[in-house]
Design a protein around this ligand. Structure first.
Ligand code: NCD
Ligand code: ZN
Length: 346
């Protein structure tokens, strides 16, 4: 039996495109399905200034295959030296959509992130004044905090104090992985939103660790217990407009993942929309997929919805996705949900 669903063309509110050969390989995977994406600035060196964001945006557009349309929404990497005036100018010109706060050392290429949150206060105050959203990697980095508790501790120690000290600051908690994150968003107002990845709706920590370590399921924040995955599923499929899709698709070449010290990141750009259709159908919530992937994000970011549409079709036979995509830097493994999927973008 075929079944199909047409939705407004979706956006990805958290995406890693990298640069150079990797950018060229992964960009079409996103642009094929998504109208826009919030482009993570954790390059080496990071995208810190408006001028660097403009140059990166030019490189992204130059890598876009002819005939594809895609609008990269640029993001500045917040450092303790960021100039509030540069941020405001880059936002006013329409070049930059948001600013990203990484606690120093929290994840891949976050060494230039923030250690002393008081030092970035003038930037946050300027952002609250101009209504510019702050994207947050919500994990503390203290060595004594267990990696599975880092998101919950971040909410209490960093996020809640920042929001209380900066009224009007619009915050996106990115890639939430816990029931604590879901509950914190629900308990607050429309100035607080959260993105949820595709893979965190599918895997829990057992998938990473039981029966042998699975490096392609390792990402940050790391997947948590099943009760947390279920809370994320409930939030994503609930229709609550404060939750929206940010895939955090984060390509690393296979040798960097399949290593004694493997990199964090799941690459989901290729099959995200098909996997989401599977997940939402499983939870009897196919009618909520368009909100999650195409409507709630633009509403939070105060941008128009995309004009085009995307059609998903369910077929009898399982769909075969490529195991890997190939870049001139090496192969990148595509996220495997571990079960057959019958949905495809048609
Ligand atoms: C991201 C990356 O590889 O850049 N990795 C990840 O596991 N999500 C960084 C990030 O978003 O934390
Ligand atoms: Zn990310």
């Amino acid at each position: 039996m075929t079944k199909s669903l047409t939705i407004t063309r979706p956006d990805d509110w958290h995406l890693h495109l990298r640069d150079g050969a990797m950018l060229k390989a992964v960009l079409p995977e996103t642009a094929r399905h998504f109208g826009r994406a919030i482009i993570m600035p954790n390059l080496v060196p990071p995208v810190v200034t408006g001028a660097q964001a403009a140059a990166y945006k030019d490189r992204i557009m130059a890598a876009l295959p002819a005939g594809m349309s895609f609008d990269p929404l640029m993001v500045l990497y917040l450092t303790e030296d960021t100039d509030p005036a540069d941020v405001a100018a880059a936002h006013a010109s329409g070049l930059v959509t948001s600013v990203k706060l990484y606690p120093a050392g929290a994840t891949t290429n976050s060494a230039s992130g923030v250690q002393d949150f008081d030092k970035v206060r003038p930037v946050l105050e300027k952002m609250a004044e101009i209504g510019m959203p702050l994207c947050l990697h919500g994990e503390v980095t203290d060595h004594e905090i267990d990696i599975f508790d880092r998101e919950a501790v971040f909410i209490d120690r960093i996020l809640d104090p920042i929001r209380k000290a900066t009224p009007g600051l619009r915050v996106v908690m990115e890639h939430i992985t816990t029931k604590d994150g879901v509950d914190y968003v629900k308990a607050n107002d429309a100035d607080l939103g959260a993105t949820i990845t595709t893979h965190h709706l599918i895997i829990n920590r057992n998938h990473i660790l039981v029966g042998g370590i699975k490096p392609h399921y390792y990402c940050l924040p790391v997947a948590k217990r099943e009760e947390h995955r279920l809370a994320l599923r409930e939030a994503a499929t609930s229709g609550d407009a404060r939750f929206f899709l940010g895939t955090d698709s984060a390509p690393h070449v296979d040798p960097a993942k399949e290593s004694g010290c493997g990199c964090a990141g799941c690459f989901t750009a290729t099959n995200t929309m098909a996997l989401l259709a599977h997940v939402f159908e499983e939870d009897d919530a196919l009618d909520k997929l368009e909100g999650f992937a195409s409507k709630n994000g633009p509403a939070f970011y105060r941008l128009p919805e995309n004009k085009g549409t995307l059609t998903l079709t369910k077929q009898d036979a399982p769909v075969t996705f490529p195991d890997k995509i190939h870049s001139d830097d090496g192969p990148v493994t595509v996220f495997d949900p571990g079960y057959p999927v019958h949905w495809t973008v048609t």
